[in-house]
Design a binder for this molecule. Sequence first.
Ligand code: XLS
Ligand code: CA
Ligand code: CA
Length: 439
Amino acid sequence: MGEIFKNIPKIQYEGPSSKNPLAFKFYDADREIMGKPMKEHLRFSMAWWHTLCATGADMFGVGTADKSFGAEVGTMEHAKAKVDAGFELMDKLGIEYFCFHDVDLVPEADTIAETNARLDEITDYIKEKMDATGKKLLWGTANLFSNPIYMNGAGSTNSADVYCFAAAQVKKALDITVKLGGKGYVFWGGREGYETLLNTDMKFELDNIARLMKMAVDYGRSIGFDGDFYIEPKPKEPTKHQYDFDAAAAIAFLKEYGLDKDFKLNIEANHATLAGHTFQHELRVSAIHGMLGSIDANQGDLLLGWDTDHFPFDVYEATMCMYEVLKAGGLKNGGLNFDAKNRRPSYTAEDMFYGFILGMDTFALGLIKAAALIEDGRIDEFVKERYSSFNSGIGAKIVKGETNLAELAEYAEKLGAPELPGSGRQEYLESIINSVLFG
Ligand code: XLS
Ligand code: CA
Ligand code: CA
């Protein structure tokens, strides 16, 4: 296969003053930030589905982008052309990881046996390319939401036969994830929710989802998968209500069913905002439970209210994201997967590269600025000081669990009335962020 993106050179770092649209302005892969090269902090990944499959089709019109890559769409020849295109794109951008759903890789056949044979063939081909280039699989997953059989969910379906079909897909997706050395396996519960409670046994559905996950863990471990399973929370879309609504709901579910040792979370920026949270909130909730696993790096449009999967552009968001990642000690098996797509009118091959350059530069800036915030230290210092009344005296007794309600009540009575707690100083703190970002 010859070069596919003929007019695109290898993208180089040229620095902030460069006006070359096909160059990085901030992402300098080997630059050390807090003792580690940028590329190791960020572990960028290409999403197979958006990059190599999605053409921009929506409910109102067909696709605008040509993703045939010189082959007939729907054939195995096309599946291989997508592999060639993906590896060329990753090479030109210096992206080391990729992610996929099973059905992103090959056209689904009429029977699962035939689809699986196609998956064997394509993953042989992908493996050859990986061995030749050193590219790695960040995570794999099964698409348990597009096929009409999953109209009522997969783990949460009312049909035992459909449940078995989902299990077969998960088993195969785990097989190919392990074959390709992936260290992550994602459950995004696209249709694991409901449209109306009038037809839904919620408890039964939750139990069944947990059973499927438990079987996936048992099977994955039995074939040598030593990475992390992830739940990717999202509150809605396509269903009215999705059970993995947000990080807190997903963590409660994992703990309830004893899955929390094997699972972490894959946090997507756009899903956080759909749940009515900031991206930073979802990352913090995951981190405080030791469950910040991986990140789907994108952003939504707050005026639209659905999952738009934009390439990240918001440097404030990227900074607060990387602030949480650095504070959590980094992403171990995870990375920053660009679950992001070009806008429908940005339909050319160059636009694909502009999207990644934008996203990678945005997160490089986020990383640089997050490290600067930590090194600056004023925010950390403020937060520490804010709770200092718990460092000694009655406060320390509360934290150590060495007191009780009666003693606290007696203390309060003696005090008469407490002073107002210290100012939250939000505006002061926000101005620190601006001075670190733009100073
Ligand atoms: C959809 C999700 C999906 C997962 C993987 O909203 O983001 O793409 O990341 O199934
Ligand atoms: Ca995602
Ligand atoms: Ca999404």
